[in-house]
Design a protein around this ligand. Structure first.
Ligand SMILES: Nc1nc2c(ncn2[C@@H]2O[C@H](COP(=O)(O)OP(=O)(O)OP(=O)(O)O)[C@@H](O)[C@H]2O)c(=O)[nH]1
Ligand SMILES: [Mg+2]
Length: 487
């Protein structure tokens, strides 16, 4: 049966519900798993965690002393039921001093799958259970070593594909993002408590004392939440990298531009319009950020079926990219009408970054075309988004790449350095923002304080879910199943 809606619970009850984590079947087992990538390598690490970790490891690592010192590595020969297994370094971690918070052991054995596989079999024979994906991190969360946001950051750190992405994940792991969420929680609880305490049941009905102070705090919080939400655009780019679609009319030089950027002849270039039929994707790194360049078929009324399908794919590539680079041929006498069409079409994608690139400037020896194009761009309101280059002569390529990266550096994205990267955080912050806006409207209208209290309780419940302060089984399962085994 569904429980009562959070909005119907008073604040005090919501706060009391925090940190009540439910122990589930299997949570008290001692678990083991390979922590390093399977396959050939110099060493492999097998992890064990749980209340019987030391006891279950002893029959295998007989050289361990009777009192194991935490964080100390012991060297010796491991034994299985059928004889010696390997020479290994074994490190013990006392309860409360390990990543999971439980008694833990790490075996560093020789690499390859054989030895670590046999060691895991022996550990299971001694009473351990094979860990589920993410179960070590799950236990760290359950034992209050990290909150849910930090747990997610571990996954981001492992999966991060850029230097900036991993530093962002590390900031999250160190608790920077949780700190922002805790600030939001503090503001919401402060407001909720003030509303509940300030409800004055006077003879004229219910009214609220200290409303101006409350409104001021609510407006400041609204800005804070909106600013944090705005960091998602950058956070996602840091995590996944960016996709840049090169589009435009046939023969404009899209494939030539792709080849110039990736410094390789990856796409066929000819002077025949309609050369590229299919999408050509090449990945590079710009200042550590992965960038996927997608060369597309020239947009025109296709002359045959293959080209028609290619043009459809070009349109799909526009929809799914982060950046659209419209390539135009400055030497084409008809560039102006093409430019106007592209700008008006781009208005359909207001959120996406657009660049208008005029290629073949080497053919514009007197620079008349450039000055014409600049005037036209200002008229169309895209003067800031125009670039001039020559793909075949390599002129303006570096400036072009810098322009593509510019939004990543824009200070509008900055929020105390850390960005949100998870869709779950976006959903949660949006819900909070909506509740907050409704509460602000209620305060401004001098409406019933009870309604305000309901909105704020609902927002407090959401921030608790974000931080994992309330146990939400499905959310927790969804997060940890993304992890690899042994993490
Ligand atoms: N002079 C000059 N010619 C260029 C430049 N860039 C491309 N070209 C020429 O323009 C022609 C078309 O180039 P592509 O790169 O194939 O053009 P595209 O936009 O990919 O064309 P489609 O695949 O047909 O849509 C080729 O003959 C290129 O050599 C440039 O910067 N200067
Ligand atoms: Mg092409």
């Amino acid at each position: 049966m569904p429980g009562p809606s959070p909005a119907s619970q008073p604040l005090a009850r919501l706060l009391a519900d925090c940190d009540v984590l439910r122990v589930r079947p299997g949570d008290e087992d001692t678990i083991c798993a390979l922590a390093t990538a399977p396959g050939v390598g110099a060493i492999a690490i097998v992890r064990v965690s749980g209340q019987s970790a030391f006891r279950f490891c002893r029959p295998i690592a007989r050289f361990l002393p009777s009192s194991i010192e935490s964080h100390k590595a012991y060297f010796g020969t491991l034994h299985g039921r059928l004889g010696p297994l390997d020479e290994a370094l074994v490190t013990g971690f006392a309860e409360g001093k390990s990543f999971t918070g439980e008694e833990s052991v790490e075996f560093s054995v020789h690499g390859g799958t054989q030895i670590s596989g046999k060691l895991i079999e022996e550990l299971i024979a001694c009473g351990c259970r094979l860990a589920k994906p993410g179960e070590f991190t799950y236990r760290a969360y359950m034992n209050d070593r990290i909150d849910l946001v930090q747990a997610e950051s571990i996954l981001s750190l492992i999966e991060s594909r850029s230097g900036e992405g991993s530093s962002n994940a590390l900031s999250q792991l160190k608790g920077e993002l949780s700190g922002h969420f805790l600030d939001i929680e503090e503001d919401l609880v402060w407001m909720g408590a003030h509303i509940e305490a300030g409800i004055d049941f006077s003879s004229d009905g219910i009214e609220l004392k200290a409303a101006p102070e409350l409104l001021d705090r609510a407006l400041k919080l609204e800005k804070k939440v909106a600013a944090l939400l705005a960091t998602y655009a950058k956070g996602r780019l840091l995590r996944d990298g960016l996709t840049v679609a090169l589009v435009g009319a046939p023969n404009a030089g899209k494939s030539s531009l792709l080849n110039a950027v990736v410094k390789e002849d990856r796409a066929i270039v000819t002077d025949q319009p309609g050369t590229t039929r299919d999408l050509i994707e090449v990945e590079t790194r710009l200042e550590g950020t992965p960038v996927r360049w997608v060369d597309t078929a020239g947009l025109r009324d296709a002359v045959d079926e293959a080209e028609k399908l290619g043009v459809e794919r070009s349109r799909k590539a526009i929809e799914s990219s982060d950046f659209v680079v419209v390539v135009m041929d400055l030497s084409d006498p008809l560039w102006k009408s093409g430019f106007q069409n592209f700008v008006s079409e781009a208005r359909r994608f207001p959120r996406r970054q657009q660049w208008y690139v005029f290629n073949k400037v080497d053919l514009d020896s007197e620079g008349l075309g450039i000055s014409d194009a600049k005037t036209e761009a200002s008229k169309l309101g895209v003067g800031e988004r125009v670039l001039f280059l020559s793909a075949t002569q390599g002129k303006g390529i570096e400036e072009f790449q810098a322009a593509v990266l510019a939004p990543l550096r824009e200070s509008a994205f900055a929020h105390g350095g850390v960005s949100i990267t998870q869709a779950r955080h976006v959903e949660g912050l949006q819900t909070i923002l909506e509740s907050l806006r409704r509460a602000i409207e209620l305060i401004e209208r001098d409406a019933s304080p009870e309604l305000m209290a309901l909105e704020l309780s609902s927002a407090v419940h959401t921030i608790h879910e974000l931080l994992g302060k309330v146990f939400h089984e499905q959310v927790i399962d969804r997060i940890f199943k993304e992890f690899c085994l042994g993490k």
